[in-house]
Write a protein that binds this ligand. Structure first.
Ligand code: GSH
Length: 154
């Protein structure tokens, strides 16, 4: 019989962490299955044939893909404990706005910074064109984010 809740994940995934936090907050018991991202399991490919990425939440044998969608699904299926989104529709919209902003801007920035340091570490001649381009783009993004955050709090 299919396990009630299974999470296909990878330990260091920021996306997987979101879903794990939501499951823990709700006290949902689940089976954690670590994926080898260089050799994905047939179950992962079957459950997420479009993106072929973790995390995949499997509930009663059916997959839910994309971490933000998983968090919202978890909140809706187990509504009684520790609500994740506020009850008020306007407050919900605000929470969704910020989660979308973090996905589109903040995580991209973290990835660019990671890229920047990774390239920096690999290259002995550190100031390569690629490194310069990535640093400038990460800095611009950081300024853009700070500006918008400050402006939104006026
Ligand atoms: N937008 C997706 C992103 C998931 C994602 O990028 N997962 C990465 C690990 S952090 C992955 O599975 N990478 C394997 C690959 O791209 O082949 C989400 O929020 O769930």
């Amino acid at each position: 019989m299919a396990e009630e809740v299974i999470l296909l994940d990878y330990w260091s995934s920021m996306f997987g962490m979101r879903t794990r936090v939501a499951l823990e907050e709700k006290g949902v018991k689940y089976k954690y299955r670590e994926e080898d991202l260089s050799n994905k399991s047939p179950l992962l490919l079957e459950m997420n044939p479009i993106h072929m990425k973790i995390p995949v939440l499997i509930h009663k044998g059916k997959p839910i893909c994309e971490s933000i969608i998983q968090v919202q699904y978890i909140d809706e299926v187990w509504p009684d404990t520790n609500p994740i989104l506020p009850f008020d529709p306007y407050q919900r919209a605000q929470a969704r706005f910020w989660s979308d902003y973090i996905c589109k801007k903040f995580l991209v920035l973290v990835m660019r910074m990671f890229d920047m340091f990774y390239i920096n570490m690999l290259m002995s001649d550190t100031l390569t064109m690629v490194w310069k381009k990535k640093s400038i783009s990460a800095l611009c993004l950081m300024f853009d984010m700070s500006f918008r955050l400050v402006r939104s709090s006026w």
